[in-house]
Design a protein around this ligand. Structure first.
Ligand SMILES: Cc1cc2nc3c(=O)[nH]c(=O)nc-3n(C[C@H](O)[C@H](O)[C@H](O)COP(=O)(O)O)c2cc1C
Length: 191
């Protein structure tokens, strides 16, 4: 069921670093984005990726993980083994179409999870250094990077208490993600 897939598609930040992915596996996931909707059918989101140790090792230091946690994951070398970088092609759309990036990003993480590959969207990274690392031309603006790998952590969804949206970890490093209730999400109106 789609519900089950979405429920387990959490932001994973610890991975089995021994599990690697081929170029073809990553390209198959990116291929899903060809069939997503896009503003005025512009298809302005372009993709670069890394799935070899050398490039992944250079991507990792450019990323900022889990702003709410004082002890930053990944722990004990549980690093991602692939990355997909989502870029806005400014030759196609002058201003980055962020909604389209989001649609592609969620498509990628769902498609990955369907194959047992965990993901974490990362918006906080050094964009200039990332651009240089991938040798991007000036028209390609790196907006989001998705870390990928075999999940190696427990994540639990909870209902939000007292409006606190901050995720947290317990002493076993289980990760808890508070979610607003459906009642809170649905806007009440008079008619
Ligand atoms: C657009 C976007 C950017 C994000 N950027 C980061 C990031 O820079 N670093 C990080 O560790 N997590 C990042 N996240 C993951 C969120 O923290 C995560 O989605 C949120 O805590 C809820 O957890 P869940 O995805 O398991 O539901 C980002 C998520 C989104 C949608």
């Amino acid at each position: 069921m789609l519900y089950d897939l979405i429920y387990k598609t959490r932001s994973y930040r610890n991975f089995k670093s021994s599990v690697k992915y081929s170029k073809e596996q990553i390209e198959d996931i990116i291929n899903l984005c060809r069939f997503t909707p896009s503003t005025a059918n512009k298809q302005s989101v372009k993709f670069a990726f890394a799935c070899d140790d050398e490039l992944c090792g250079k991507v990792f230091p450019l990323l900022h993980w889990a702003g709410y946690l004082s002890e930053k994951p990944p722990y004990n070398g549980n690093v991602p083994t692939a990355y997909i970088l989502l870029c806005c092609d400014l030759n196609i759309a002058e201003n980055p179409i962020e909604i389209d990036v989001g649609i592609c990003a969620q498509t990628i993480v769902l498609g990955a999870m369907e194959q047992g590959i965990g993901a974490c969207m990362i918006g906080s990274f050094d964009k200039k250094k990332m651009s240089n690392l991938f040798g991007l031309s000036d028209n390609l603006y790196p907006r989001l990077i998705i870390a990928l790998g075999e999940p190696n952590e427990k994540i639990v969804i909870t209902d939000i208490k007292d409006g606190d949206i901050k995720y947290y970890r317990d002493e076993d490093k289980t990760h808890y993600v508070p979610k607003r209730t459906l009642e809170e999400l649905i806007i009440k109106h008079n008619k």
